[in-house]
Ligand binder design. Structure first.
Ligand code: G3H
Length: 523
């Protein structure tokens, strides 16, 4: 495979900074080099990132605790309109950095130029939608409720210090889908960056510092395994927003001295199945399954990670699937029409090869032996495995990469049993036409996963829809609407619905003496 020279100039070499208590620091902590695998040879050093110690992570948590001030800090006590103003100021500052952030998404994680821009723009859209939703929520909660002789106003209040840890595959968007709702609801936040996609936060630090009061947003990076649990152990973090593996999530949660007081919003691993029935429109199923399994090299929690195809159409499906995959353009993320790009993790190809070897040993067939699994650097051409037995590792583990297992079935019960026994419960895709069979399968799947996609791939968006999972796949629900609720708690002001009660409440409202008990709405 030959590469063209990058059409985009290389990113400037960026030096790792951290943001604590409103100050951007460039020293006093260890750093480590950041390498890009989007090079024509060895990984290329493109910058450095912070590797903070337990002490510095504790300092970031202390800054967030100071801003929270046991719930009485300026930020948690601020009126919603002031918080919205700060978020808008940040959003405008972020927009100025669009190009450099998108370039860094290409260099750091190999996201192609179109997808890098889509991730950035989707994040801006998420911020705008969150602001619109928070205004709705504010308007709704402004109304009084009356029941059983008690009148009440019910609003949502923040929870405290939040630790936000996003994933490397959407280091911007997914982190922001927890960070922005946490902030706008009045929490203070420590962001610990993901394994890859750290430099792209550098151009945003000043915008954070300019928009939010000191300590409300703190951004650091470090070896999660070494620093996170000892800090969580101190019990000073109230909320965990984590996108990663269920194993790590569990370890972090049990490190908290009082796990029941540690609100957790988690998006974890998945093994989303596609089920292609015998009457499915094969061309559509192939197109959707290729997109679903291989967009961003299969590195999406919502990727299709196992494909079940009815035996009667398996041959036709596979032939078309292989042809379509063969037509995918592989190369560097800035090359035109490219979809298969280098993986950011240099250790991943070896793992993917182990999965292929194991499956083939157990009877699977590599359906595209000429290109499937071929490597250049970390650019791994998708491997399609057919006749995969369900005891193969690739049928069990979340591959999170460009290896596609296809299994044949005759009886839907076999597929159902697999899904029921799976430790994951995120989404499924169902391809077919027969309303009876489809209807029954929808009913059965609805108690196993949290989104059933009809004749289309699995996906998270649009972000106004609920994104969650069962079993090891999630805790809590994220969407523009749900995230605002996940990062807050309802608190009500109640009074007897008698003359005295009404008079006191009316006086408070009239004198505008309370930010919380108020009829003011944000327009
Ligand atoms: O990696 C998980 C993402 O939330 C997937 O989002 O389905 O829009 O690619 P997506």
């Amino acid at each position: 495979m030959t590469y063209n020279l990058p059409a985009f100039p290389a990113v400037p070499h960026l030096t790792g900074h951290i943001l604590i208590d409103g100050k951007i620091r460039d020293s006093g902590f260890e750093t480590k080099p950041v390498y890009s695998t989007c090079s024509q040879g060895q990984p290329l050093e493109i910058g450095t990132t912070s590797q903070v110690s337990i002490e510095i992570l504790n300092e970031a948590v202390a800054a967030a605790s100071k801003a929270w001030a046991k719930g009485l800090g300026d930020w948690p006590m601020a009126r919603m309109e002031d918080r919205i103003k700060a978020v808008v100021k940040f959003r405008d500052g972020m927009l100025v950095q669009r190009e450099i952030v998108c370039r860094l998404l290409m260099w750091e994680i190999g996201k192609n130029w179109a997808d890098a821009q889509a991730e950035f723009d989707r994040t801006i859209q998420y911020i705008d939608d969150t602001i619109a939703e928070v205004k709705n929520m504010d308007r709704e909660s402004g109304r009084f409720q009356f029941a059983g002789g008690v009148m009440a106003q019910i609003r949502r209040a923040p929870l405290g210090v939040t630790l936000c840890m996003g994933p490397f595959n959407y280091p911007l968007n997914e982190t922001f889908t927890t960070l922005i709702p946490a902030l706008i609801m009045g929490n203070s936040v420590v962001v610990k960056l993901a394994r890859f996609g750290q430099l792209l936060w550098e151009p945003l630090l000043q915008a954070f510092a300019d928009a939010f009061p000191s300590g409300v947003v703190n951004v650091v990076n470090g070896r999660g395994r070494e620093v996170v649990r000892p800090v969580v152990k101190n019990g000073k973090i109230d909320v965990l927003a984590f996108i990663g593996s269920s194993h790590v999530a569990n370890q972090i949660k049990i490190a908290h001295p009082q796990p029941f007081r540690f609100r957790s919003i988690l998006s974890l691993e998945a093994k989303n199945p596609a089920i292609v029935m015998e009457d499915a429109d094969i061309d559509n199923a192939v197109a959707e399954c290729v997109k679903g399994s291989l967009s961003f090299n299969g590195q999406r929690c919502t990727a299709l990670k196992i494909i079940f195809v009815h035996k009667k159409i398996a041959q036709d499906f596979t032939t078309k699937f292989v042809k379509k995959v063969d037509s995918l353009v592989a190369g560097l993320p800035w090359e035109p029409n490219v979809s298969i790009t280098p993986l950011p993790d240099t250790e991943k190809p070896a793992y993917l090869n182990e999965l292929i070897k194991d499956a083939v040993q157990k009877g699977a067939v590599l359906a595209n032996p000429e290109r499937g699994g071929k490597l250049q650097g970390t650019l791994f051409f998708p491997a399609i495995l057919t006749k995969v037995p369900l005891n193969a590792r690739v049928a069990i583990e979340e591959q999170f990469g460009p290896v596609v297992p296809i299994c044949e079935f005759e009886n839907l019960q076999e597929v159902e049993d697999y899904i029921i026994d799976s430790p994951y419960g995120n989404q499924a895709s169902l391809f077919g036409k027969d309303p009876q069979k489809m209807g029954l399968m929808i009913d059965h799947l609805s108690n196993q996963v949290c989104r059933i996609n009809i004749n289309t791939q699995c996906q998270r968006g649009p972000d106004v829809y609920p994104f969650t999972g069962r079993k090891n796949s999630a805790e809590g629900t994220l969407s523009v609407y749900d995230a605002l609720r996940s990062f807050s708690i309802r608190c009500m002001v109640a009074s007897k619905q008698d003359a005295t009660g009404k008079q006191v409440v009316q006086e408070i409202l009239r004198s505008d003496s309370s930010r919380f008990l108020s009829m003011n709405v944000v327009l």
